[in-house]
Design a protein around this ligand. Sequence first.
Ligand SMILES: [Zn+2]
Ligand SMILES: [Zn+2]
Length: 561
Amino acid sequence: MNKPTANDELVFLPLGGSGEIGMNLNAYGYGPADERKWIIVDIGVTFGREETTPGVDLILPDPQYLEEERENILGIVLTHAHEDHIGALAWLWPRLKAPVYATPFTAALVREKLRERGLLEKVPLTVIPLKGQLTLGPFEIDFVTLTHSIPEPNGLAIRTPLGMIWHTGDWKIDPDPLIGETTDEATLRAMAEEGILAMVCDSTNVFVEGVTGSEAEVREKLTPLIASCTGRVAVTAFASNVARVETALHAARAAGRTPCLVGRSMHRIVGAAKSVGLLADAPQTIDEEDAGSLPPENVLFLCTGSQGEPRAALSRIARGEHRHVLLKKGDTVIFSSRVIPGNEMAIHTLYNQFLERGVELITADEEHLIHVSGHPARDELKQMYQWARPQIAIPVHGERRHILEHVRLAKELQVPEAIAPENGDLIRLAPGPVEKIDEVPAGRLYVDGSVIIESEDEALRERKRLATEGAINVSIAVSGKCAIVAGPNISLRGLAMEDEEDLDLAIEELERAAEAAFNKLAHADREEDETVETAMVRAVRKATEKLWSKRPLVDVTVLRI
Ligand SMILES: [Zn+2]
Ligand SMILES: [Zn+2]
């Protein structure tokens, strides 16, 4: 490794994931301030919500700052294949255009995403073997095996001339993860001997006491539980948790049931897992179309949609709208998953729909330990600090409250320095004490249908207003002499009255208001479309306020004849 030159600095820049859940995007920069070289670690998404971002499926970190630094980005390194770490790649790659590095399972899923967006041939994607190495300019990167809730979770040991960063990615300490190796404790201890300058670490479960629990424990509970069920059984879990999927498949076999995969992402992930040699020992599955022919006690459906996502398989089954899967009295749905905060309503709707049909529900709770988290609880965090013994603690991957609590924990554990980053904070790790040296633009972008828009886009504000207030369109035809030829005609969208007659009266009143506003204008003003529009919008708004006490969007179309 080269010696640092006089002006070299090592900096950390989170652009997503620090202060909110999801859309992780972290960057490390090295070199003199005016010629830094960058690597990006992870580039994830979070999901839109109907209430706050209607119509928006995905939310991306805004990479504006790095886009301007594009020439200096040496690579995008992915730690693991969860959406909050890879989901934005196919959307943002055209703006960053840097080579991408990932281990085999992650690469298999990334390839599919790139193919969907027509980028497969364009993006240089290099597969790094597990425990592999990669050198990008001043960054020497070792992939370190950890355990999490997806195959191939990698931490990154990033060595630079100014010290080593231990970027954990998402992890837990699972003594028996079922798939993949256990945490590479020996390597962590060796890294600590060498000296870790900064540990950038998962904060998700910092408020959870004790330890998370193992996938093996879940298998122990789930297998007899499934065996005890009569009727049809549906198990729902996160598809990306391949160990859990394997557990369900094995438990099905043990109970004399043929498994049937339901839902696009379940098929996608199982396909990716098989492509890298996982699930080799799994039982044969049956297609959805054919599962109906099996006796109820001989089938197990493995479904996506544990969070009540309305378009997912499980929600369609709950509503009785699924083409091939029908659950009724005597059947059981097992939720091998947790309730992600914010999804309570959707999940409860699902519960109610199943109960209405007489379907038995089993959820992960004190009695049924059929789910474990993929993130480190407090005792695991303490263990990691004991192994790594970093000079600086930098908590990421959490809301503000998680990150601040994680800083408190690090201080309690005698870590010499700790800093709570916010998205857009440019933090110098070396030389000198850790310090925030600048703030760069950091925000969110929305994937709206097939395009990316700014989060402040007027379109979204209008959409929300349309949803709550409705819309009114006024059209009027005006002659060359500025007399009304036709109209004004009013059409309403999303506005109602108790009965048809009242609605007709309301429309007439709005038309009168619009007409009066036009007539009040001087001849010269009538020649200006904008003036006409402003006057009529104002009049219609005022009348609407009186009629409905609402503030719909009002549009005026002036046709000159
Ligand atoms: Zn993860
Ligand atoms: Zn994550």
